[in-house]
Design a protein around this ligand. Structure first.
Ligand SMILES: Cc1cc2nc3c(=O)[nH]c(=O)nc-3n(C[C@H](O)[C@H](O)[C@H](O)COP(=O)(O)O)c2cc1C
Length: 175
């Protein structure tokens, strides 16, 4: 686990190789293993492998362009009528997917959709809902782009960890 946490980076360049279906299944099982408040499991996942659809989704907002070259995008949706803490539930599942991808030698990156804009008049969420025919009560939190990495990034090290953000017994105290 610790090795996974140190080596996990946001990878935005991918080789053209496809991801085999047994590996996709592992990723999806990992997402479905995510904890959720009261065990309500409000999340739903849309697996996108179609290059045309990936290209459309890559236009959802600034900072989504790398989805175009990904082998796979997993759209993290959540049913806001099932849980009042759907943001947390969906974010946990997205994080687990991102970490599982790293553990399988895949590169991945979180693409934020919730609270982002497609245009001034249309949210990124509305755009993704329209492209994928998602009903309005199903929220879109993020898309995880996944593929075989075509860039290498250094792992995180202890030198850059922000220990200054950790307090003891009361806010602001480092003693
Ligand atoms: C909530 C969240 C939203 C993010 N949104 C985007 C995004 O829309 N596009 C993108 O390229 N990276 C996105 N990232 C990736 C961050 O930029 C990245 O995690 C950060 O720069 C640290 O780099 P690292 O992941 O390599 O450690 C997001 C990450 C998180 C956790």
């Amino acid at each position: 686990m610790l090795d996974n946490l140190y080596t996990r980076r946001s990878i935005r360049k991918y080789k053209s190789a496809k991801i085999d279906q047994s590996t996709v299944q592992v990723l999806l099982k990992a997402a479905l293993l995510s904890p959720s408040s009261r065990g309500r499991q409000p999340w739903e996942f849309i697996v996108v492998e179609d290059a045309g659809v990936l290209e459309q989704l890559s236009n959802a907002k600034m900072g989504a362009g790398h989805l175009k070259s990904a082998a796979l995008g997993i759209v993290i949706c959540t049913n806001s009528t099932i849980s009042d803490v759907w943001v947390e539930d969906a974010s946990i599942a997205a994080t687990i997917l991102h970490l599982t991808a790293n553990s399988l030698g895949l590169g991945s990156c979180w693409i934020q959709i919730r609270e982002r804009q497609y245009t001034e008049a249309m949210t990124a969420e509305q755009y993704v809902q329209e492209v994928l025919k998602i009903p309005v009560h199903i929220k879109v939190v993020a898309i995880i782009s996944i593929g075989y990495p075509d860039e290498s990034k250094l792992p995180h090290t202890d030198n850059t960890l922000r220990f200054d953000k950790i307090y003891r017994n009361k806010y602001g105290s480092i003693l």
